[in-house]
Design a protein around this ligand. Structure first.
Ligand code: 5GP
Ligand code: ZN
Length: 145
């Protein structure tokens, strides 16, 4: 486990010293409502143990997290009658991460919503340029994967 501190907002929620609106819980996982939802129903799924970022989170923890994400996503989709949903996760301030305790966002999406997905598609200059990026990633993959 990474260092957990009383400064960590999500560790405080797990410990119960900071209130949160809980929607799902098991021995490894907690899911609760995001206090500033992108859309009402926006839910966060976290491991109870403090890990961050995803690259330093053990596989077995991620298995628990992603399984819970699927349960919560199913409930958000059906329970809130969403038309779809986003599952997203940020690592590092430059990626928009505010709370450095790994978490997945489950965000319901609706047809005709005034809150469209905020994603600006870009382009590679060429297939060769795309290949150079792909090659750098392939060569950096952890061994044994
Ligand atoms: P990040 O930007 O790190 O990916 O997402 C952190 C999320 O945590 C944000 O969407 C933010 O609204 C939410 N958040 C931050 N502090 C609290 C809190 O004290 N309680 C709850 N329920 N959500 C929080
Ligand atoms: Zn924490």
């Amino acid at each position: 486990m990474n260092d957990s501190t009383s400064d960590c907002v999500f560790c405080r929620i797990v410990a119960g010293t900071l209130p949160a609106c809980r929607v799902y819980e098991n021995p490894h996982i907690l899911a609760f409502m995001d206090i500033n939802p992108v859309i009402k129903g926006h839910t966060l799924v976290i491991p109870k143990a403090h890990y961050d970022p995803i690259t330093r989170t053990p596989d077995e923890v991620l298995v628990h997290v992603i399984t819970a994400v699927r349960h919560v996503a199913t409930a958000v989709w059906t329970g809130l009658k969403a038309d779809g949903l986003n599952v997203t996760q940020a690592n590092g301030a430059v990626a928009g991460q505010c709370v450095p305790h790994i978490h997945f966002h489950v965000i319901p999406r609706y047809e005709n919503s005034d809150n469209p997905r905020n994603w600006i598609p870009g382009k590679y200059a060429s297939t060769a340029e795309m290949e150079t990026f792909a090659d750098r990633i392939r060569r950096a993959l952890p061994t044994g994967t």
